[in-house]
Design a binder for this molecule. Structure first.
Ligand code: PEP
Length: 249
C-alpha cells in the first residue's frame, strides 16, 4: 500500500562513532508522524544501529547486496546476511552503483528478485543522465530501466517493491528536478506499470523522488500527487534537516 516515506542514504559516509551519534540524535529529536522513516547506513554499522533502533518505527536499509545466496564472492554481502542483522529494505541500482560499479538493470533485476525471495523490500532506483534528458531520451531510459529491472516480477512481488526516481543530474549536485519534472516522470512510471500490470498495482506502489531534496524544496515536491516521499542523500546526514523532511508532507 502506498505510504509517505523518507529514506536516508548515508552512502560511504560516517565512521562508526559518527554514525551511532547521528542515530542517537535522530532518536532524540524525532517527532510524531505517519511518515515511514528509513535509514541506510554502511554495512559495518547495521547491526549496532539495529540494536539502537530497537522497537522504534525507524526501519533499516542496506545500500546494496549480492544476487547470489552465498558462496565464493569475496567482499560481497548476501541478502540472508542482511536479514540476519535485522535489515528490512535494500537500495538497489543507485546511479552510483550503475556508474562506478557498472551495474546494469538486468544485473540489478537478479538482486531485486533475491531480496524479495528473502522477504526484504527492494528500493529500486532509476534515473537518467543530463545528457539523456537534453537529448529528450529520459522517458525512454526510465521505461527501459523499469522494464529490465522490475518486469520479471509477478504482481504480488512488484506490489512489495519501492521505486526511487533519481535523475542523475540532481544527485549531490544541489540541482533539483522541478516539481513538474518530477511529477511528470513519476506519473510516467505509474503509466508504464499500469500498461504491463494494471492500474491497481500502479497506484499502490510508492515512488520516491531523489536528488538534492532538502527542507526548502521538499514540501512542493511531496505535494505532487505521484510523489510519495524522498530518497535523501546529503540532507540525511544533518539531523535537523532529516527530521524536518519527515515533517514535510
Ligand atoms: C541519493 O544519494 O540517493 C541522493 C538523492 O543524494 P542527494 O540527496 O545528496 O542528492
Amino acid at each position: 500500500m502506498r505510504q509517505n516515506i523518507i529514506a536516508g542514504n548515508w552512502k560511504m559516509n560516517l565512521d562508526f562513532n559518527q554514525a551511532t551519534e547521528l542515530v542517537k540524535e535522530i532518536l532524540d529529536k524525532q517527532k510524531e508522524s505517519d511518515v515511514l522513516t528509513i535509514i541506510a547506513p554502511p554495512y559495518t554499522h547495521l547491526k549496532s544501529i539495529k540494536d539502537m533502533l530497537g522497537q522504534t518505527d525507524i526501519r533499516l536499509a542496506a545500500q546494496n547486496c549480492h544476487h547470489q545466496e552465498s558462496g565464493a564472492y569475496t567482499g560481497e554481502i548476501s541478502v540472508k546476511m542482511l536479514k540476519s542483522v535485522g535489515v528490512d529494505y535494500v537500495i538497489l541500482g543507485h546511479s552510483e552503483r550503475r556508474e562506478f560499479f557498472n551495474e546494469d538493470s538486468l544485473a540489478i533485476s537478479y538482486k531485486v528478485s533475491k531480496v524479495l525471495e528473502n522477504g526484504l523490500i527492494p528500493i529500486y532506483c532509476c534515473g537518467e543522465t543530463l545528457e539523456e534528458r537534453n537529448e529528450a531520451q529520459h522517458f525512454h531510459i526510465i521505461e527501459k530501466q523499469i522494464k529490465q529491472g522490475l518486469f520479471q516480477l509477478n504482481e504480488l512481488e512488484l506490489n512489495d517493491c519501492l521505486i526511487a526516481y533519481e535523475p542523475v543530474w540532481a544527485i549531490g549536485t544541489g540541482e533539483t528536478a522541478s516539481p513538474d519534472q518530477a511529477q511528470e516522470m513519476h506519473a510516467f512510471i505509474r503509466k508504464t506499470i499500469a500498461n504491463e500490470y494494471n492500474e491497481i498495482i500502479a497506484n499502490n506502489i510508492s515512488i520516491l523522488y531523489g536528488g538534492s531534496v532538502k527542507p526548502s524544496n521538499a514540501v512542493e515536491l511531496f505535494n505532487c500527487p505521484d510523489i510519495d516521499g524522498g530518497l535523501i542523500g546529503g540532507a540525511s546526514l544533518q539531523v535537523d534537516q532529516f527530521i524536518e523532511l519527515t515533517q514535510s508532507f
